[in-house]
Ligand binder design. Structure first.
Ligand SMILES: CC(C)(COP(=O)(O)OP(=O)(O)OC[C@H]1O[C@@H](n2cnc3c(N)ncnc32)[C@H](O)[C@@H]1OP(=O)(O)O)[C@@H](O)C(=O)NCCC(=O)NCCS
Length: 191
């Protein structure tokens, strides 16, 4: 099985989620509680505990081993002990689909510097060149202008709108649906 690699960019380490990172993941979530709340599920009672993040990290490792998900954390090269963001390729489908869902979040203090754009360029290359996926999908709430701009800059195309698509922050939220196709997909890799 392919080992989930650490991706290196100019300013970032984009590292696989690992249980050793659970304290840093918890710290990231606590620091960004209000910032992430509008775009995430309402946290359960255990969400802001170390035990939850240890268990969540173990699950993400298992999902990678089963070929279902690739979850990364973002760390500044200058301060790698802190988690400053997350990126996931989830719901990986093989067979005739060969697609995945892209998700991401960035520390509020790190917005406006092009860091997520930098991280996602590396993750998209990994998804297409290493995982050999054909298509990535990413959906955002219409009010999420930063997410919309990020996806547009990466070349994602709007494909439609899904009414009441996800139950986030206590209500069903409409989403804009976008996708990016791998221009170099080789169908013989599937066979
Ligand atoms: C969505 C999110 C990741 C976008 O973060 P971001 O920092 O705006 O994204 P980018 O990495 O594309 O950076 C773009 C910004 O950096 C600026 N920038 C500075 N240097 C840059 C560089 N070298 N390259 C690119 N952009 C740069 C751009 O001008 C832009 O700033 P502006 O919007 O103030 O003009 C972030 O807002 C977030 O985590 N939000 C909460 C969670 C969330 O919404 N998740 C997604 C749910 S769908």
């Amino acid at each position: 099985m392919l080992l989930q690699p650490t991706l290196e960019t100019l300013r970032l380490r984009v590292a696989p989620v690992d249980p050793i990172l659970a304290p840093a993941m918890l710290d990231y979530q606590i620091r960004n509680r209000a910032h992430l709340a509008p775009w995430d599920p309402t946290p359960g009672a255990q969400f802001f505990t170390l035990a939850f993040w240890q268990s969540r990290c173990r699950l993400r490792v298992r999902e990678w081993q089963e070929g279902r998900c690739a979850s990364f954390v973002l760390q500044a090269r200058q301060a790698p002990q802190q988690v400053i963001g997350t990126v996931s390729l989830s719901q990986i489908q093989r067979g005739v689909a060969q697609y995945a869902m892209l998700g991401y979040g960035l520390d509020q203090r790190c917005e406006g510097k092009g860091l997520m754009f930098e991280a996602l360029q590396a993750v998209l290359a990994f998804a297409f060149d290493d995982l050999k996926l054909h298509r990535l999908q990413a959906n955002y709430q219409p009010a999420n202008l930063r997410s919309a701009a990020l996806l547009a800059r990466l070349g994602f195309q709007i494909e439609g709108r899904a009414n009441q698509y996800l139950f986030l922050d206590g209500a069903w939220r409409d989403h804009v649906m976008t996708a990016l196709i791998n221009p170099n997909f080789d169908a013989s890799d599937m066979l």
